[in-house]
Design a protein. Structure first.
Length: 122
């Protein structure tokens, strides 16, 4: 008769552990996203100010948002910002001749987008 290793679990137990591990990772990820995305736009702009950026302009209607993105490039000839108000999209182009530009877009639940453009000397 073979001796059973006490550290080996039957396949069904291993499967249960893997499923529980995936559920934990998913729950933790959702919590992290909820906390990370609950910032207000002002705190995100302030974080960029702390890195040496200054506000050049604000576009669209500020309000609660579900996510945001940053657009910047040290090699691009220009950075284009866009915003959407009541379904109407508008854009503005910033040539990067003497400054670098950073566009922060905030995506709202209703599909609108508001944006903040920041600059930094080259």
């Amino acid at each position: 008769m073979q001796e059973i290793d006490k550290h080996c679990l039957p396949l069904s137990s291993l499967t249960k552990i893997r499923v529980m591990k995936k559920i934990f990772v998913l729950a933790f990820s959702m919590l992290w996203l909820a906390v990370g995305c609950s910032q207000d736009s002002r705190s995100i702009v302030e974080d960029c100010k702390d890195e040496g950026w200054r506000v050049e302009g604000e576009f669209g209607q500020e309000g609660p948002f579900k996510s945001h993105s940053h657009l910047k490039s040290e090699r691009a000839k220009a950075v284009e910002v866009f915003w959407i108000t009541r379904g109407q999209r508008k854009t503005k182009r910033y040539p990067q001749n003497s400054k670098f530009y950073l566009a922060i877009h905030f995506y709202k639940e209703d599909g609108d987008v508001f944006a903040v453009v920041m600059s930094k000397n080259k």
